[in-house]
Design a protein around this ligand. Sequence first.
Ligand code: UQ1
Length: 432
Amino acid sequence: MSLLGSVVSSPSTRLFACFLRLGAQQAGLLQLHTGASHAAKSHYEVLVLGGGSGGICMAARMKRRVGAENVAIVEPSERHFYQPIWTLVGAGAKQLSSSGRPTASVIPSGVEWIKARVVELNPDKNCIHTDNGKEIKGLPEGFAHPKIGSNYSVRTVEKTWKALQDFKEGNAIFTFPNTPVKCAGAPQKIMYLSEAYFRKMGKRPKANIIFNTSLGAIFGVKKYADALQKIIQDRNLTVNYKQNLIEVRADKQEAVFENLDKPGETQVISYEMLHVTPPMGPPDVIKMSPVADAAGWVDVDKETLQHKRYPNVFGIGDCTNLPTSKTAAAVAAQSGILDKTISRIMKNQIPMKKYDGYTSCPLVTGYSRVILAEFDYNAQPLETFPFDQSKERLSMYLMKADMMPFLYWNMMLRGYWGGPAFLRKLFHLGLS
Ligand code: UQ1
């Protein structure tokens, strides 16, 4: 994953905002100090670490609050990706090229882009330094072989589509790791899409479709889990729980799973196609810093998003320990709350707005079908539309495939989309 970068700040720096991303890239380490060549200044009123969804939309919002010249954003990547669409790229329904834009084009104008990676966080001194996990045996080198793909990386998402097209007969295996992941629905969405593709191509009778998940349930919200279970039955999909991918023997087309209920007990399954959801975790720079909780995530208050120990540090998105699902929809809702929190703190007031854990997962169940899961911290449905969203719908597919990318690039990244709460209230006027 990529992360932060840095600049040092002085006591005059009021905020040290922390908006890191969760991902799979490795951080290389090298030191750069204050005001080095990367940065025009060495102090900023608001320093945004990480140019993912959270970082970019908060930079846009902070620019409106304190002026562009007082905001800087640290992000090493040249390109910004709209990752939610990779589910459809992996299934051949969208082009990869449609998912990325130059990072320069999404940084709010006037905000300084420090193109570097953060290697050290020192919130006690309001200062950061820039530079420029656990792995599955056999990966990532196994991705060099055909028949393996992963919708979780720009480098491997098109391999999913290739493996789907090349599929002849045998096992198509989809995995879910033993760690928190971005968008917990994505590992199974590609399974439903693959099933639909095999059916379309007449290969379905020759495909044995298997979802091997580390979890003990198909989805964390009962309403949607029930709907998914029915789809799994109707489409004759096999789901094995508590199965964790520990090794890929790409040359032999074999995947090795450990039974999490019986540590040490393993099973080898051969595959014709394998979709891997890699283990994920916080980047080392956060894990080793004082802003982390015991598990390594940025330790923030779950309602205000303010850091629990450093009042001028805030978190949004994948890097935080917010006990909700890590999605762009969650980031959108968090950005609206965090904007309000920071505004009140800048005026020495107590934060008022509370984040309810809203997150959304458009569960793509076919090339024109989506179950739109939306829920809160209590795993209770929090649905926007006045109809039963646990039903598969074409309208929700069109929203996922075509409306959301537009809303993301044009509204959310510019700091004008704080989630659909207002729509929910409008649609449920006088009800809940
Ligand atoms: C959303 O706000 C969002 O963030 C931009 C997504 O990420 C791509 C989503 O997938 C969804 C469903 C929402 C929620 C928005 C509506 C209109 C229900």
